[in-house]
Write a protein that binds this ligand. Structure first.
Ligand code: CTP
Ligand code: MG
Length: 242
């Protein structure tokens, strides 16, 4: 796998899960008995399109995460105070060499050719979606985002809950992960943005660079577990599959 083109996936999993409120960092909350981050990593590897995974976790869960993910081509590192910071720290490791071999990494421990960034909080992402994103990057697109149309009518709302406008839904898409990039493109996007850059996704930083970003059809199953409602839906979907 990946003999010609090496593919790494970065999984930010260092968030606290405030909105889920499960009493533990979200990535470590069990879903059908398996921690959310383990499901996300195994989905990436099951695609057959990913050689190695880097997982950014809270500092006090580093050893725990390493034990959970043992036996896989995974490098676990300490994340940062914002999602952007967690991804940046993982990219720094991928820039390597850092004196320690990355399991599944390319020979010489250098950077990969293709890099995905995938939220740990999307544990039911179909492996076929991962493979589709990688295929689009390998076909020559420097930045690829899975995206879905919106079902609801969208309003812009100002002060006192007053509607200011109805936004044209037809040109809007909800962006999911994994987002895929040519290594140099994502590295440049993070290099150009300041360390305190705020972005809720990685393609947003690439857009600021002026590089083209294309979409591929997303998948409802790649939804992000954000609230207790989402976790319930995820549990029900798993029961249905069992
Ligand atoms: N993330 C991260 N480092 C941070 C913050 C977020 O690696 N400092 C990760 C989360 O672990 C998650 C992904 O980024 O996998 C998407 O973030 P989000 O859904 O907002 O998760 P949390 O920040 O954990 O949740 P909340 O915002 O409700 O606290
Ligand atoms: Mg968050």
């Amino acid at each position: 796998m990946g003999a010609a083109v090496s593919v790494a996936a970065v999984v930010p999993a260092a968030g606290s899960g405030t909105r889920l409120g499960a009493g533990a960092p979200k990535a470590f909350v069990p879903l059908g008995g398996v921690p959310i981050v383990v499901r996300a990593v195994d989905g990436l590897l099951a695609s057959g399109a990913v050689d190695e995974v880097l997982v950014a976790v809270p500092a006090d869960l580093l050893d725990h995460a390493r034990a959970l993910l043992a036996g896989r081509p995974v490098t676990v590192l300490v994340g940062g105070g914002a999602r952007t910071a967690s991804v940046r720290l993982a990219l720094d490791v991928l820039s390597g060499p850092h004196g320690c071999e990355r399991p599944g990494g390319p020979a010489g421990d250098g950077p990969p050719e293709v890099v995905l960034v995938h939220d740990a909080a999307r544990p039911l992402t179909p492996p076929a979606l991962v493979a589709a994103v990688v295929a689009e990057v390998r076909a020559g697109h420097p930045a690829v985002v899975p995206a879905l149309p919106l079902a609801d009518t969208v309003k812009r709302v100002g002060v006192a809950a007053a509607v200011e406008a109805t936004v044209d839904r037809s040109e809007l898409r909800a962006a999911q992960t994994p987002q895929g990039f040519a290594w140099e493109t994502l590295r440049a996007a993070y290099g150009k943005s300041g360390v305190d850059a705020v972005a809720t996704d990685d393609a947003g930083l690439v857009e600021r660079l002026g590089a083209p970003v294309v979409t591929v059809p997303g998948d409802p199953a790649a939804f992000k577990v954000t609230t207790p409602w989402d976790l319930r839906i995820a549990e029900l979907l798993l029961e249905e599959k069992a």
